[in-house]
Design a protein around this ligand. Structure first.
Ligand code: ADP
Length: 167
């Protein structure tokens, strides 16, 4: 039986920390779906389409990985795609409380779905999408933290903002 895992997140944008988790998860399961959350409550910087497109390009070298978008309850989405495994990354103690709480709720909602945590690589424990967005907003260099595709997306956004007169 093939085991499909889902790695959900906002990925606003995907960082090298996310890529590392996706890569490692893809070697643990037969198939991995990177599920990009519509996440209306977080008001993402990049549109859902942009986040899906970037992740698709970034992870295109991993044969057993696909990128999809989803809305609604994660456990419903996981059931729909036939997955019994949710993958989440854990960076630090600060992630722990929130992640364990979500895992507990999801387990309550769908006892047949397991959450598996992958510990962040030491060098990426400080890295978050929000920090990357803040550096980019202040015109800093984010190329160490994200794939070139994301660097380009930030540049496009910046040029558009200048063109439209609000940067
Ligand atoms: P959320 O799903 O809470 O909106 P993100 O999209 O930023 O958060 O991240 C998706 C998942 O990846 C979460 O489990 C998060 O803890 C994890 N993650 C985020 N950044 C890193 C990192 N640098 N290293 C490992 N895991 C990470």
């Amino acid at each position: 039986m093939r085991v499909t895992a889902v790695y959900p997140g906002t990925f606003d944008p995907m960082t090298v920390g996310h890529i590392d988790v996706a890569r490692r998860a893809s070697s643990m399961f037969d198939d991995l779906i990177v599920a990009v959350a519509a996440s209306t409550t977080k008001s993402p910087f990049f549109s859902l389409e942009e986040r899906v497109d970037m992740a698709t390009t970034i992870l295109s070298d991993l044969d057993n990985v696909t990128v999809q978008s989803f809305g609604g309850l994660l456990v419903d989405y996981a059931s729909e795609v036939g997955s019994k495994v949710i993958v989440r990354g854990l960076r630090a103690i600060s992630d722990f409380e929130y992640e364990v709480q979500i895992a507990g709720v999801n387990r309550h909602l769908a006892p047949n779905i397991e959450t598996v945590f992958i510990a962040a690589a030491q060098e990426y424990t400080f890295l978050s999408s929000s920090i990357v967005r803040e550096i980019a907003r202040l015109q800093g260099d984010v190329s160490e933290f994200v794939h070139p595709e994301v660097v380009e997306s930030f540049a496009r956004r910046h040029h558009r903002a200048i063109h439209e007169g609000y940067a």
